[in-house]
Design a protein around this ligand. Structure first.
Ligand code: NAD
Ligand code: ISE
Length: 335
């Protein structure tokens, strides 16, 4: 059986997901598309040669009998409405991050899903599917370095066109907020944000870099250098110091070249290239789980926790204080 998928939002990442499901993954077909710009939806149908109906309304696509499951890849502020509509229709929904643009919106989704009595929502935190992060988690789970004590991480991108305000925290670092609590199987209790000297190589209104410090319930101290105009490449780092050893996130495979009295290796500059395998695995797992009537990926609760964490970090950025991250106990539904 093939999963009949409808995609809302055929912009940059929506197109990439349509391409991967159509050309590289198995078990699903894109049968419906929608974008507020109809011509973009039509262009996706044409460019990828898919047999998909173009819907004028995202909610009509969700309700259509020809659609089994939905991917929401439209602008962030539209996610809440579409995810709630999918829950109301009883349809599995994969929502690109953010689940909603406010923690309150995420909570409303959590409550609607619990009331529906069945897990339907997966959030697009693809780093959990990256093999390097999975190996790092195995090291921790198998007690190879003892209990984790501190984490030193970096999220560096060459440039961040279109970034404004606090997007380094609310758009980019959300990936660290999700993957690090998954890695440690722990939750955050407080956040502090340090503002170092600003790079001169970006819009002068923007603060870049940030150093974000998080503390977990078990006392692990996390430091994340977020530097989204780092020029030299897309470079994601994570080092875990444990009681008996340290473990680093493996770097992407590349050739080391020695020539003309130098040693060099290429650095990836594009986040899509860095995480292409993770995105493929994320969607193949979502398709396989959905066909089995399961939902095992990052949940609506995970989306909510990340939103609360991002809010605390933004608050800490402006207060200069250590701000509490207050989360209720994880509901049994999501445990
Ligand atoms: P984009 O602007 O290229 O595409 C968004 C599309 O949504 C546009 O085509 C726009 O016309 C459409 N849209 C807006 N309102 C709509 C509505 N009401 N109904 C239907 N379509 C509507 O943006 P993008 O880069 O593709 O990002 C889309 C989402 O994916 C964002 O939430 C972003 O945060 C997320 N994203 C996730 C990752 C990741 O690493 N997981 C990476 C990039 C983007
Ligand atoms: C982008 O929005 C993403 O989600 C990417 O995964 C991230 O690494 C990048 O820095 C963001 O801008």
């Amino acid at each position: 059986m093939s999963l009949r998928v409808g995609v809302i939002g055929t912009g940059a990442i929506g197109r990439v997901h349509i391409e991967r499901i159509t050309n590289r993954l198995t078990g699903a077909a894109i049968v419906a598309v929608n974008d507020v710009s109809r011509s973009l939806a039509e262009k996706a149908v044409q460019d990828f040669g898919i047999n998909a109906e173009v819907f004028t309304s995202g909610v009509d696509l969700i309700r259509s009998d020809s659609v089994d499951a939905v991917i929401v890849a439209s602008w962030g502020p539209t996610h809440e409405e579409f995810v709630l509509a999918a829950i109301a229709a009883g349809k599995p929904v994969f929502c690109e991050k953010p689940l909603a643009v406010t923690a309150g919106g995420c909570k409303a989704i959590v409550e609607a899903e619990m009331a529906a009595g069945r897990k339907l929502v997966q959030v697009g935190f693809m780093r959990r599917y990256d093999l390097a992060y999975r190996q790092l988690k195995d090291v921790i789970v198998n007690n190879r370095i003892g209990a984790p004590l501190t984490l030193n991480c970096a999220h560096r991108a060459p440039a961040a066109p279109g970034f404004a305000g606090d997007m380094a925290i609310t758009d980019s670092c959300v990936h660290e907020f999700d993957v690090l609590r998954w890695l440690l199987a722990d939750d955050y209790v407080s956040a502090q944000v340090i503002l170092p000297r600003k790079t001169s190589l970006c819009d002068e209104q923007l603060q870049d870099p940030h150093v974000i410090q998080l503390r977990t319930r078990s006392g692990v101290h996390i430091s994340i250098e977020s530097f989204v105009n780092a020029q030299y490449g897309y470079d994601i780092r994570c080092q875990v110091t444990g009681e008996t050893g340290i473990a680093h996130l493996a770097q992407p495979i590349s050739v080391t070249l020695q020539t003309a009295a130098t040693e060099q290796s290429a650095i990836i500059v594009d986040w899509q290239e860095r995480f292409v395998d993770a995105f493929d695995r994320e969607f193949q797992c979502w398709i396989n789980d959905t066909l089995k009537g399961e939902m095992n990926g990052p949940s609506a609760w995970d989306g909510y926790v990340v939103a609360v964490t991002a809010d605390a970090c933004v608050k800490a950025k402006y207060s200069g204080l250590i701000e509490a991250i207050s989360l209720p106990e994880t509901p049994a539904f999501y445990a």
